[in-house]
Design a protein around this ligand. Structure first.
Ligand SMILES: Cc1ncc(COP(=O)(O)O)c(C=O)c1O
Length: 429
């Protein structure tokens, strides 16, 4: 079941409130403050809250496993993006990457912002965006390995396409009703991403035209009657502060290519901005990102009257979402103490697919001291269906709730019905 619910947050809070030994105090960050506490997640007299709403109260209404998304955090993140992009002095357009989270009430929320467009990657995503009220000219598609069938549907839906194979360009021209303006996605030849995980760096050339072939491809497109109006790059997921020098290289290359293509209108720098996923993460700060855009793309944008587009998914929705699960099993074996949840990797495959951990936070007493290491396992018949090994957690009991965070991006969107465990319910608060 998928639905939206409006839960009224507590009356205006004068700052985040931390619950400790029955007293309420302001959050002041020091070495003992859990890294997950402060932005979207806070602690009140009823335990863990998302955007100020006690998660226990949302679960009381909807059960578990449950994805809860906070509208306030989504709006705040979009406002932060606007503020940062505004400092570049370059005209810009934000395309929310709906592959991160396509929950209809969340798409409606993004739509209601008024100035945010969509990045889609399949005909069905375009249909969902149209159904949420986005106009075709507000939808940009950057997709991979497109079929003739896909292209025929896009010709009817009329979003803007960024294509990344010469094959797709050729077949697009053969598609009845195709739009003549297209973008080209280029492999920037620089692999940047989160940690050491190669799956999160797009350097394997699945995506993007060879940059050496760019000018020939533009000429081919012209001879086919197309006009290349956009250059697109997307370098990887989870960009950290230390990615700045590599990003500068990517943007320099993009600027150099842009100067050689007179028909361009837009430089699309893709997604990749992120949230903290582990205590040691240092996400690329928005201000630094904006400075890179300004310094490395600003001159060509000014000279040529270009707009910058970006496609953030994770940055907009990851921190806004938690997956709440109930502990159904606590058992000590020779291998350690096992905490079993009523959800598994079918509901969130971050750990399984990419090795990305989620914070696991007890909902009722989030700030209790650690009581020892536990293994946290899901309910799939898969040996690898684990959310954590040897994790220090407070004392917990069967029937307690835990929140997995940040889970708003690529959680429900990638969920499956493996073992027929069903899709998790989602609510927007
Ligand atoms: C082309 C493109 N744009 C944007 C995104 C969104 O990326 P992120 O969630 O890292 O912002 C992706 C993610 O896979 C992508 O492939």
């Amino acid at each position: 079941m998928r639905e939206s619910v409006a839960v009224t947050p507590p009356a205006a809070r004068a700052g985040a409130v931390l619950w400790r030994r029955g007293a309420s105090t302001r959050v002041t960050h020091d070495d003992t403050t859990p890294w997950w506490l402060g932005e979207a997640l806070t602690v009140g007299s009823q335990g863990l809250t998302l955007d100020g709403v006690p998660l226990a109260s949302v679960v009381a209404r909807h059960g578990t496993p449950l994805y809860v998304y906070g509208a306030t955090t989504v709006r705040r993140r979009l406002a932060q993006l606007r503020d940062a992009l505004g400092t570049t002095g370059i005209p810009y357009r934000i395309h929310y990457a709906m592959k991160a989270n396509r929950f209809p009430p969340l798409l409606a929320l993004v739509r209601a912002e008024g100035d945010v467009a969509i990045d889609a990657c399949s005909p069905s995503e375009v249909s969902a965006a149209l159904a949420s009220g986005f106009r075709p000219d507000e939808i940009s598609v950057t997709a991979s390995m497109l079929s003739r069938r896909d292209l025929a549907v896009f010709a009817e839906q009329r979003p803007h396409l960024n294509l990344d194979t010469r094959s797709a360009l050729r077949r697009w021209c053969e598609t009845p009703g195709h739009a003549p303006r297209v973008g080209l996605r280029i492999d920037p030849g620089v692999a940047v991403g989160w940690g050491d995980e190669p799956k999160l760096r797009y350097g394997n050339s699945k995506f993007g035209l060879d940059s050496e072939a760019l000018l020939d491809t533009v000429a081919d497109a012209q001879s086919l009657g197309l006009e290349v109006d956009t250059l697109h790059v997307h370098v990887g997921w989870g960009l950290q502060t230390n990615a700045a020098p590599l990003l500068a290289q990517v943007y320099d290359r993009l600027a150099a290519w842009a100067r050689q293509i007179p028909t361009l209108r837009v430089l699309n720098v893709g997604g990749g901005l992120c949230s903290q996923q582990r205590p040691e993460d240092r996400p690329l700060p928005l201000q630094l990102w904006a400075r890179l855009l300004r310094d490395h793309l600003g001159p060509v944008c000014r000279d040529r009257g270009l707009t910058i587009a970006c496609e953030p998914g994770t940055f907009v929705v990851a921190a806004a979402g938690v997956l709440v699960a109930e502990i159904n099993t606590i058992e000590t074996r020779a291998s350690g103490t096992w905490v079993g949840l009523d959800t598994g990797h079918n509901a969130n495959m971050y750990a399984a697919h990419y090795g990305i951990p989620l914070a696991i936070v007890p909902v009722h007493r989030p700030l209790d001291p650690p009581a020892g290491p536990v293994h946290v396992a899901g309910n799939l018949n898969e040996a690898n269906d684990m959310f954590a090994r040897d994790l220090q957690l407070p004392a917990l009991g069967e029937g307690d709730l835990v929140a997995l965070w940040p889970a708003g991006a690529y959680g429900a969107a990638m969920a499956s019905n493996h073992c027929m465990r069903g899709l998790p319910t989602e609510v927007l608060i």
